[in-house]
Design a protein around this ligand. Structure first.
Ligand SMILES: [Zn+2]
Length: 208
């Protein structure tokens, strides 16, 4: 076993520890049309694992349950839709509204995702979800040269996916964690009676 492999394992373990200590991002997932529940559940689990490796904790809010989480940093509404709208180019598997602050911000098109591979593969759903949730957490509609946030995945990316090893780039992971940290700071500020400011150098304005 090589040292770099061991280092890789240690980095992932450290990320897991970091993710478990974080306030969670909550996913509210709703389905429109006929999407097999087992496929959906496996895809969501894959997405949860992808974010865990980036140091971010994602929890799916169970439908029909009114559980409340202490302080979710972010609530993201997700729609998994059986058929894509006609105006979506054939290559589009999913889409998002990264600049919106509420409402449905992530859409995934089941038939498109299921059609990427010879047999429908929930791993692809997991990566499509992770990519679009990534846009929301990054607050950007732009793409990266590598990893989950690439504009187009190639054959090699799909092979890495299959091994659960395609990851967010370090820069993307860091920016998502930083954005969530700012949200958390703003929430804490509000709770303590302050007025959160979007400007990072003055995160909690308590002046009257
Ligand atoms: Zn994208």
């Amino acid at each position: 076993m090589s040292l770099s492999f061991l280092t890789g394992i240690l980095v992932v373990l450290a990320m897991d520890a970091e993710a478990s200590g974080m306030d969670p991002v909550i996913l509210n997932v709703k389905v429109e049309g006929n999407v097999p529940a087992s496929f959906l559940n496996a895809g969501i689990m894959e997405a949860v694992g992808i974010f865990r490796k980036a140091g971010i904790r994602i929890i799916r809010r169970a439908s029909g349950r009114r559980e409340e989480f202490a302080e979710p940093v972010e609530n993201i509404e997700v729609r998994v839709v059986e058929t894509a709208p006609r105006d979506k180019r054939p290559a589009v598997l999913a889409s998002s509204l990264p600049y919106a602050k509420s409402g449905v911000r992530v859409f995934v098109y089941y038939e498109r995702v299921a059609g990427v591979t010879p047999m429908p593969n929930p791993i692809v759903l997991g990566y499509a979800l992770a990519h679009e949730i990534g846009h929301v957490l990054l607050r950007m509609d732009t793409h990266s040269d590598e990893g989950v946030m690439k504009a187009r995945w190639n054959t090699s990316d799909f092979s890495w996916m299959q091994a659960h090893m395609l990851r967010f780039s370090d820069d993307d992971a860091e920016m998502m964690r930083r954005n969530l940290g700012h949200l958390k700071g703003a929430a804490d500020c509000l709770q303590s009676g302050g007025r959160p400011d979007d400007m990072p150098h003055r995160p909690c304005d308590k002046s009257q």
